[in-house]
Design a protein around this ligand. Structure first.
Ligand SMILES: [Zn+2]
Length: 159
């Protein structure tokens, strides 16, 4: 890549760091000696999310991340674990190879990920997303969750 400072040199890569779906490269210019960073990421094909009322909006990773962060607020869930959950949902959504996915389907995927991370976060998300008709339905969901992860942290709900 051409140096953005002197526009002469073809920069040299000093180091590369790979993250989820991107690569950061630290570069140096052999002409002027300036150092700079580039960020290389995959260009995704467009993906639309079909909402309950039939409206469509572009898939938005940031929005997905925010909704998972809100569910995990003040819970002992590491930022890297949230990042990994977002990446897993995103990869599954694009992995279908279709132009559209239902928001409901995405929500179910988020629930699977949250079920692994934290019981309280799961219930928070599920209570918004599923709109449980009554307490029994909510308790059933909690029961299913604790069944899936023996020795899980459902007890944390009491705290
Ligand atoms: Zn330069």
């Amino acid at each position: 890549m051409q140096c953005p400072f002197c526009r002469q040199g073809d920069s040299r890569v000093l180091s590369s760091r790979e993250g989820a779906g991107y690569i950061r490269r630290r570069r140096a210019c052999p002409c002027c000696g300036q150092r700079f960073t580039t960020h290389e990421s995959l260009v995704r094909p467009s993906l639309l999310v079909v909402k309950k009322d039939g409206r469509r909006e572009p898939f938005d990773r940031q929005k997905l991340q925010r909704s998972i962060q809100v569910a995990c607020a003040k819970r002992p869930v590491a930022a890297e674990a949230i990042e990994a959950a977002v990446s897993a949902v995103e990869a599954a959504a694009y992995g279908r190879g279709e132009a559209e996915v239902a928001s409901r389907w995405l929500g179910e995927l988020v629930l699977v990920e949250l079920g692994r991370l934290d019981a309280v976060a799961y219930i928070r998300f599920a209570s918004v997303y599923h709109e449980f008709p009554d307490l029994a339905a909510l308790q059933q969901a909690i029961g299913q969750l604790s069944g899936e992860s023996p020795g899980g942290n459902v007890a944390a709900l009491a705290g």
